[in-house]
Design a protein around this ligand. Structure first.
Ligand code: NAP
Length: 246
């Protein structure tokens, strides 16, 4: 379904990003994924994909660095000739109540989650506009829709991603490029492993489906939004949250 297409996934070594990398590769795409620190995990993922006969490239870099984002997109185009799909998935949390939140914690989360998304869109836009086609999928969160105590920085970054998504969707709508956001609820990953059992059981009470989601639940939607079949879906925020926010 995605044969002869090239996808870039930021934050691809772990959790949701890794599931997205594997999904897009299984669907036939060449996949370039970025990561910040864990070289061994990145290498293991490249080898896993190459063993299936598909192409993958890992590019180390920090999405909040404008030049690293430029390098990621330039290397993709140089290696595979195009960028057809951009998944802005890299994200971090640095939680604390607003009175205790440091300026550094606020800036780091905004710069990684929101500015990082802007950086990659900015550099991917030119080749996509030239090709008159593309798919941009940004990882937001239900927290960007409803807020959460202790996550002012994270909620602001994810709400910002939603606004960014809608604005760019309108700018690119006539150019064959769709731009959508996904808002996961609580998904099993390193990010949610940090929660205590008490926090988890409190969260489960608010999820009608009665369980946390999996990274593959999110990756499936990324896969669909990446296809030609999804060409008339743009500017949307789609929740993958077991009915948590309806
Ligand atoms: P995760 O397990 O913590 O993995 C985060 C990934 O992002 C890692 O590959 C990490 O690479 C990379 N990364 C972090 N900062 C980066 C940076 N500055 N530059 C490049 N890569 C960076 O996270 P996750 O739970 O899978 O979450 C993925 C996305 O979904 C995030 O945007 C998150 O906000 C969103 N989300 C998650 C949930 C959830 O319940 N898990 C819910 C809603 C939304 P390194 O390992 O090299 O640091």
């Amino acid at each position: 379904m995605l044969e002869n297409k090239t996808a870039v996934v930021t934050g691809g070594t772990r959790g949701i990003g890794r599931a997205i990398v594997l999904k897009l590769s299984q669907m036939g795409a060449n996949v370039v994924f970025n990561y910040r620190s864990n070289d061994a995990m990145a290498q293991e993922l490249v080898e896993l994909i190459q063993a299936t006969g598909k192409k993958a490239l890992a590019v180390k870099g920090d999405v909040k660095d404008f030049n690293d984002a430029a390098e990621l997109i330039a290397l993709t185009v140089k290696t595979f000739g195009s960028i057809d799909i951009l998944v802005n998935n890299a994200g971090i949390t640095k939680d604390s109540l607003i009175l205790r939140m440091t300026e550094e914690d606020f800036d780091d989360v905004i710069n990684t989650n929101l500015k990082g998304t802007f950086n990659c869109i900015k550099h991917a836009a030119k080749p996509m506009l030239k090709a008159k086609k593309g798919r941009i999928i940004n990882m937001a969160s239900v927290i960007g829709l409803i807020g959460n105590p202790g996550q002012a920085n994270y909620a602001a970054s994810k709400a910002g991603i939603i606004g960014l998504t809608k604005a760019v969707a309108k700018e690119f709508a006539t150019r064959g490029i769709t731009v959508n956001a996904i808002a996961p609820g609580f998904i099993e990953s390193d990010m949610t492993d940090k929660l205590s059992d008490d926090q988890k059981s409190a969260i489960l009470k608010n999820i009608p489906a009665g369980s946390l989601g999996s990274a593959e639940d999110v990756a499936s939607l990324v896969g669909y939004l990446s296809t030609d079949e999804a060409k008339y879906i743009t500017g949307q925020v789609i929740n993958v949250d077991g009915g948590m926010v309806v």
